[in-house]
Ligand binder design. Structure first.
Ligand code: HMG
Length: 387
């Protein structure tokens, strides 16, 4: 029995900043952001979008196709949690009207959270083949105005349906994992923005990639030629570009050619959304599937990285007919519908979103009809409404 990804839902908030505007406002050469970092735009969440509302909205993209009574597991991977105790997944479960029998919780290891959830879900479905699992990654990357990391912010969510006999990507047996207790990026409890040792984090990311990729090839007795494409956790697209260069080094021209072209396709959405932490790898997978032309059966490698740090490499095979399970027009419209913010507008929204909401004051959202949003707290209880 094969187990893997049967549906992919995507949501990003309805506002963005253009990187040329940001570079001009910060007295940087725009080419540093566009080429050196590899980002063109970044999505911005106002105070009415959080990890919960974005996770609901991403799942709504495919919920009509799901037999809700078969969903046995719901996992939220996030590092933008809305409560220190209660799992954000309970708000999501309630909004999606999932059965009470669902097992649900939140999981955290920086950007690795969704991969951890996906591996648990795969093992769960192997034992319960008639059940499915929903695994959501949902995050807002905030480093702070005028900070070195500002250009690598973003906001959004990816939701995955994990099932037996999946119709998009069957996950192959075997993986390579590597962990170490290091301090490249973290967010203490008293801080709404992340702390980061930027240059060190880039070096560690590449080190973890080299280790897990080499180990995976050893375990599977494969070479880079086995992969039609490799997708990466993309905190910014240049980071994955560098890792992909390591994967291609010394390979025949035709291997280099398809790995390089497919990397460009896999970075398309991320270049415009920015870092969405847990969901970034899976946004890159969606981008690859919708922007590249891959044959069924193609092997895709996936490199997951979460600061702190945890790395894992695994792979999957594209399932015949996978294109029919994608929604390329809707996903493109998700980007196109966003309103461009001026830098002063972005700065105001950024500062507002850092504040605690005033209890018993309802928040209004400018999202389109049908989307969910955070409507403030009532007697300190978070409220989620649908427009
Ligand atoms: P910085 O110091 O402003 O930039 O911060 P830089 O000086 O490193 O320059 C960036 C690149 O632009 C360089 O290229 C420059 O040469 C180039 P590289 O050497 O890397 O190839 N450049 C130019 N290119 C064209 N025209 C120009 C020009 N000027 C310079 N005129 C940094 C960059 C990424 C460090 C910063 O934004 C940051 O700290 N970001 C946050 C940390 C991060 O994203 N780390 C990535 C690895 S860790 C990770 O992925 C985990 C994470 O997602 C969290 C989680 O797991 O939860 C972050």
């Amino acid at each position: 029995m094969q187990v893997g990804i049967d549906e992919i839902g995507f949501y990003t908030p309805n506002k963005y900043v253009d990187m040329v505007d940001l570079a001009n406002a910060r007295n940087e050469d725009p080419n540093k952001y566009l080429e050196g970092i590899g980002q063109s735009q970044m999505s911005v969440a106002d105070q009415t979008q959080d990890a919960v509302s974005m996770g609901i909205n991403a799942t709504l993209g495919y919920l009509d196709h799901v037999d809700l009574n078969q969903v046995g597991l719901l996992i939220l991977g996030t590092e933008s949690g809305v409560d220190q105790s209660k799992s954000g997944s309970l708000f999501i479960k309630s909004a999606l009207k999932l059965p009470a029998a669902v097992r649900t919780f939140e999981i955290k290891e920086a950007c690795f959270g969704v991969t951890a959830g996906l591996m648990l879900a795969r093992d769960y479905v192997r034992l319960h083949p008639h059940h499915s699992a929903i695994v959501i990654g949902s995050d807002i990357a905030r480093y702070g105005l005028n900070s070195g990391g500002e250009v690598t912010q973003g906001a959004g969510s990816i939701s995955l349906l994990i099932k037996a006999e999946p119709r998009i990507l069957a996950i192959n047996n075997g993986h390579s994992a590597y962990s170490a207790d290091i301090n490249d990026f973290w967010r203490p409890n008293n801080s709404a923005t992340a702390l980061v040792d930027g240059k060190y984090s880039k070096a560690v990311y590449l080190d973890f990639f080299e280790r897990t990729f080499a180990d995976y090839q050893r375990i599977k007795k494969w070479s880079p030629a086995q992969f039609e494409a490799i997708v990466y956790h993309l905190p910014f697209t240049k980071m994955g570009f560098k890792a992909n260069n390591l994967a291609m080094a010394g390979q025949p021209a035709e291997v280099e050619h398809h790995l390089a072209n497919n990397f460009t396709a896999s970075a398309w959405f991320n270049r415009q959304v920015g870092n969405i932490y847990t969901a970034s790898l899976y946004l890159s997978l969606l981008s690859l599937l919708e922007k590249a032309d891959l044959a069924p059966g193609a092997t895709i490698g996936l490199f997951s990285y979460g600061s702190g740090a945890m790395g894992e490499f695994y792979s999957g095979q594209l399932v015949s007919g996978y294109q029919q399970k994608l929604r390329p027009i809707a996903d493109e419209q998700m980007l196109m519908r966003r309103q461009k913010l001026s830098i002063p507008q972005y700065e105001t929204i950024f500062n507002e979103a850092l504040k605690q909401p005033i209890d018993n004051v309802e928040l209004a959202s400018d999202e389109a009809a049908g989307y969910w949003y955070f409507a403030g707290t009532k007697n300190e209880v978070r409220q989620y409404h649908q427009k």
